[in-house]
Design a protein around this ligand. Sequence first.
Ligand code: SAM
Length: 329
Amino acid sequence: MPLLDKHGRTIVDLRISVTDRCNYRCVYCRTGNDGAIFADLSFAEYLRMVRVFVSLGITKVRITGGEPLLRHGVIDFVRELAKLRTVDGEKLDLAITTNGHLLAEMAQPLVDAGLNRITVSMDAVDRDEFTRITRVPNGYDSVLAGIRAAKRVGLAPVKVNCVLLRGFNDDQIVPFGRFAREEGVVVRFIEFMPLEEDRVWTPQIVVPLAEVVERMSAYMPLRQIDHGYSETARRYVFEDGVGEIGVIAPVSLPFCGQCSRIRLTSDGKIRTCLFSVREHELYTHMLRGASDAELAAAIEAAVAQKEARHHIGEPGFVPPSRTMVHIGG
Ligand code: SAM
């Protein structure tokens, strides 16, 4: 039986945050004052939970955070995940989302451990703008080296995620188009969502998909290509066939109807939506000695309550009390 929610969506994609610590202080994400709030669990504990998720039909696991590469033991965790098999006896699709700061050194060991895919967050191609956003000196070279190392060790196509904020880094749209072509990476622009610590989100700051496509097309025409059913990004290639970009548009073009995702926070709670205002206990059940069957029942009960959609921008919208860095993006 697949893991089905009450809206008929099949849940196959688990995102697990392995820490809410981060070595970057990106202006649109963290205030810069808070570090970790929630306790990390041990990898053995995450592994047991993932095993139960996988027994219910999860086929993709994305490790995130906070910054997942800060967590000692993450490579061994990937190695253990790579040993798991889906209900159909296949290997899991294993991915990491990282800021890339520590990736240059870790790319090869991660691949050796069984990692299949990587997404690196980078919000400016311009070095000074990158520093202004991340508020960390000298990060730019490390991230670029990380992206190149990931390509070299076979993690291609490397995806590079850029969150656009109007008046802040939207001058980077075309430079990122060039970057995608020159570096051979897929650059994906993400619409800014109200998940930041500073609570500065307004609809006006969001740079919508249509505008990204229009501005990029003025640089070089784009052709839209197919995307997978539950894939979040609308995909485009440049007319000469060199370079791909994507736009993830949760605000202007929500994809909740095709959502196949569920999240596990670093302190072991299930979130059925980025914008959930309610979390579901999982680790607490483990602490109380729950069996795997009982954990499976808790997961199924949570999935059954997955929200139909988010309500960003609607009157009465309530942002979740956990912000992105503490949820796991
Ligand atoms: N530290 C890792 C990284 O930088 O990729 C993983 C965690 S980070 C929270 C995951 C992704 O969420 C990053 O690509 C980041 O840019 C994105 N993100 C953070 N806050 C966001 C927001 N308010 N709206 C849209 N994306 C956001």
